[in-house]
Design a protein around this ligand. Structure first.
Ligand code: HGY
Ligand code: MN
Ligand code: MN
Length: 418
């Protein structure tokens, strides 16, 4: 059925200009960015994107955990919302998160430039600390936005480099006054790069994302007996570095045993005193364990806990754990997924349904309103890496699907989430 916005399409040069301009904020070797949450670099990225939001005469609200919600207040009722994040991991790419935020601005500007007034407000969100790399958990800002964590609890979280989240918000000038939880949107759609190999491997341009897998993050601290590397017989050692290595091997073996969607990562490891001739005193490592199946994820957590107990006794070390993040798998709203899939096909794209391996803000908005995601391919499946790349025609195709999906949602009565 024809719509009054069928002829609208985004301006690819404008979208790419903004993406490349944002990529100039704290660039790193290899073509990526380092804008860890609430650092000066994150502030600079925020300031740039907020200036674009102001240029579009959007009403900008900054909330108590620094989420930036820009709204083009036309039409009536709750807004159709999109958005993502512009904080990055330390070795981030140009597109992770940034693409979804800037495509959202492109949707608004395309409507404005063509004199098209949607029947609902359109909102674009920049959620604080989606990566969780500096302040755990990930998707922190959107979690607080939907009431999944109190503002007070979030403000007291300390960064891996020490500072308190609330103090960093004040320091960079993004400690907002809007309360959390924030206003509930009519619906939420996030456009994002896949960050994995599936779309490329299947030669498909668009992912209609069905949900997000479960995530379990924990920090493990192993305390042993620091000693001289030359004089200490192997039989008398209580070596935390050896235990940390055993944990990494156990996780790899568990993933092989579980197969399917099970993934495990030891991404961060701090050895103290980290010297060539000293048997370490302490090792702190992080475990990132994910599965699309909640029961299997719980089983993985249980097996890991049992293994930690066993190796602590065997090596004579003490092991303590701290939960950093735990989110169950999320299923997106089938009505929104259907809209995405049919628009992708109408616009002559190949499209397939798929779960998301990465966490996203949409998994939090799904708690309060009908939500789903649109994926475009990642070249070589690479992400969280400066070499992250998506071809321009894929970026443009995704943005056009976001445009028509948001405008279709404006005219769709969804009621409450199913
Ligand atoms: O960890 C994740 O999946 C996301 O990049 N925050
Ligand atoms: Mn992301
Ligand atoms: Mn990411």
């Amino acid at each position: 059925m024809a719509s009054d916005f069928d002829a609208l399409c985004i301006d690819s040069a404008r979208l790419m200009d903004r993406l490349m301009s944002l990529a100039e904020v704290s660039p790193i070797a290899g073509g990526g960015n380092c804008r860890l949450a609430l650092t000066d670099a994150d502030r600079d990225g925020r300031d740039l994107v907020v200036s674009w939001m102001r240029d579009l005469n959007m009403d900008i609200s900054i909330d108590a955990v620094g989420n930036i919600i820009a709204c083009w207040n036309v039409g009536s009722g709750a807004p159709v919302m999109t958005g993502s994040h512009i904080d990055t991991v330390r070795t981030g790419g140009k597109f992770d998160g940034n693409y979804g935020v800037l495509a959202g601005l492109e949707v608004v500007e395309t409507c404005q430039r063509n004199g098209y007034i949607p029947s609902r407000p359109l909102a674009v969100g920049i959620f604080t600390d989606e990566e969780g790399a500096r302040f755990a958990p990930d998707m922190l800002g959107s979690l607080v936005y939907v009431g999944g964590m109190t503002t007070e609890e979030a403000l007291d979280i300390t960064a891996i480099d020490g500072p308190r989240l609330g103090d960093e918000l004040v320091r960079i000038g993004y400690a907002g006054s809007a309360p959390c939880p924030g206003p509930v949107p009519h619906s939420f759609v996030e456009l994002h790069i896949e960050q994995g190999p599936l779309l490329e491997a299947n030669n498909v341009r668009i992912g209609a994302v069905t949900g997000v897998q479960g995530i379990s993050w924990q920090e493990v601290t192993v305390v042993g007996q620091s000693n001289h590397a030359g004089t200490t017989p192997m039989s008398l050692r209580h070596d935390p570095t050896y235990v940390a290595a055993e944990i990494a091997v156990f996780l790899r073996q568990l993933s092989a045993r579980f197969g399917d969607h099970q993934v495990c990562t030891v991404g961060k490891m701090d050895v103290f005193p980290n010297l060539i001739n000293v048997v370490a005193a302490r090792v702190t490592l992080t475990l990132d364990v994910r599965n699309t199946d909640e029961n299997l994820l719980q089983q993985a957590e249980h097996e890991i806990a049992e293994f930690l107990e066993k190796i602590a006794i065997a090596e004579g070390v003490t092991i303590t754990t701290k939960k950093l993040a735990r989110f169950e798998p999320v299923v997106f709203d089938p009505r929104v997924i259907d809209i995405i899939e049919s628009i992708a096909k109408q616009q002559s794209n190949t499209v397939e349904r798929m779960p998301s391996g990465a966490g996203h803000d949409a998994q939090m908005l799904a708690r309060v309103c009908p939500s789903a995601m649109i994926f475009v391919p990642s070249v070589n499946g690479i992400s969280h890496n400066p070499a992250e790349h998506t071809d321009t025609e894929d970026l443009v195709a995704g943005a056009n699907i976001l445009l028509h999906t948001m405008l279709t949602l404006c005219a769709t009565d969804l009621g409450r989430s199913r």
